[in-house]
Design a protein. Structure first.
Length: 141
C-alpha cells in the first residue's frame, strides 16, 4: 500500500474468511505470489481466525496487526476506506451488491489507481508512481 495502489480487493454481502482470502489471492496473484509479504490489518475476527492464519502461512504471508483502538497504525488503509466511502459508496443508494461491485471495480481500477493524483506520491497516480515516475514534471518530459 506504500504505492497507494490497490491490487487486491473483494466485495460481498458478508465478512467471512473467504472474502478476505479472495482479496489476498488477487493481490498475491497480481504480484506473482511473492514470499515474505506482510499483511497489515486490524484485530477483527476474520483476521485473527485460525482459518485465515493457516491461509497466510500457506502463502508465506506474515500477519501484522495494529493494537486495538489505535487506528493510526493502519492510517493508509483507513484513509483509503474513508475516501472510497466518501467518493463512491455514500454517493447514491445501491440496489444490490452487484452494482456496488461493478462501480467499485471502475472506481478502483480506472479512477483511484490511474487518474486520481495523490499528494503523498508527489501528485502522481499510483500507476505512474509504480512505473518509476517521481515527479509530475517527468510526465511532460
Amino acid at each position: 500500500m506504500h504505492l497507494r495502489r490497490v491490487i487486491g480487493w473483494a466485495i460481498d454481502t458478508h465478512m467471512r474468511v473467504e472474502l478476505v482470502e479472495r482479496a489476498l489471492f488477487t493481490a498475491l496473484g497480481c504480484r506473482g505470489f511473492p514470499e515474505d509479504v506482510i499483511f497489515l490489518s486490524d484485530q477483527g475476527p476474520v483476521y485473527t481466525s485460525r482459518a485465515f492464519r493457516r491461509t497466510c502461512k500457506r502463502y508465506h504471508v506474515r500477519q501484522s496487526m495494529g493494537r486495538t483502538g489505535v487506528c493510526w497504525e493502519n492510517a493508509v488503509a483507513e484513509s483509503y476506506f474513508s475516501t472510497y466511502k466518501k467518493e463512491l459508496v455514500h454517493t447514491r443508494p445501491w440496489k444490490d451488491v452487484n452494482g456496488v461491485r461493478q462501480h467499485s471495480f471502475e472506481w478502483v481500477e480506472y479512477y483511484y489507481c490511474r487518474k486520481r493524483r495523490h499528494s503523498s506520491l508527489g501528485y502522481l497516480t499510483p500507476v505512474e508512481y509504480e512505473l518509476g515516475y517521481r515527479s509530475v514534471h517527468e510526465l511532460a518530459a
